[in-house]
Design a protein around this ligand. Structure first.
Ligand SMILES: [Zn+2]
Ligand SMILES: [Zn+2]
Length: 241
């Protein structure tokens, strides 16, 4: 686990056949009001909890899990983590929270082929991710997380309820799987994906100043070159219709 900035910790994902998302912990340590962003793949909860303990973080100070979106590689170990910390609230964008509450797990797996592969490989049963979202997030909502303010930016296209969390004072962006630091972007061929929406979402992100880019996978960058998001959009725009 690495400290990225005051109030932002990074636990790298441990990819296997299916990727495991990076996990971030946000909130000032003294606040005792920490949030876990994207727990990760099934089976990856215990090492992430160990990483928290090694950093001397009291599990009781972690109050909630916020999901950038509910794909299997981000939500997979939520249950495992909730077993250890049953008090954790789950906050998700309303467009993915409501279907999950109703038992619609299509976004979790993205496509039928992945559903059978994930369920066979990990022994997960249908209905495993039916949950109650304590808070349903909306675009441009301001969240006070551990004495830091984070803006919710709704960025659909990779999935319908994808969000970024943006912390203006330090220009930190946590965009889930919508954009990565190497000019690549999230796939847009899954259930709920939409290339045109992804283009508009990238445009929305390109209007923010970002110094620290903390995506769901791959490289984490603390000195993002100016205009990087705009350049990524320029390269991908012809394919995003
Ligand atoms: Zn992912
Ligand atoms: Zn994803």
């Amino acid at each position: 686990m690495t400290k990225i900035a005051e109030g932002v910790l990074f636990i790298p994902g441990q990819d296997e056949m299916i990727p495991d998302s990076h996990t971030y912990v946000v909130g000032l340590p003294a606040s005792q009001d920490l949030s876990l962003i994207d727990p990760g793949l099934v089976g990856k909860g215990s090492y992430k909890l160990d990483a928290l303990r090694q950093m001397g973080i009291d599990p009781k100070s972690i109050r909630r899990v916020i999901l950038t979106h509910t794909h299997f590689d981000h939500i997979g170990c939520l249950l495992e983590i909730q077993k250890t910390m049953p008090w954790l609230e789950v906050w998700i964008h309303e467009l993915e929270a409501t279907p999950l509450e109703r038992g619609d797990e299509r976004t979790v797996y993205g496509m039928e082929m992945f559903r059978s592969m994930c369920q066979t490989r990990y022994g997960v049963k249908s209905g495993a991710f039916i949950l109650h979202a304590a808070r349903k997030l909306k675009d441009r909502e301001l969240l006070e997380l551990g004495e830091m303010s984070w803006e919710v930016i709704h960025i659909p296209g990779h999935s319908m309820g994808s969000i970024a969390l943006y912390h203006p004072p330090k220009k930190i962006l946590i965009p889930g799987d919508v954009i990565y630091a190497d000019h690549s972007i999230g796939r847009f061929d899954l259930y709920g994906s939409d290339g045109g929406e992804l283009k508009r979402s990238l445009l929305k992100l390109s209007e923010r100043e970002v110094d620290i880019l903390l995506p769901g996978h791959n490289e984490v960058v603390t000195k993002l070159p100016a205009g990087c998001i705009r350049e990524t959009l320029r390269q991908w725009a012809p394919y995003l219709v």
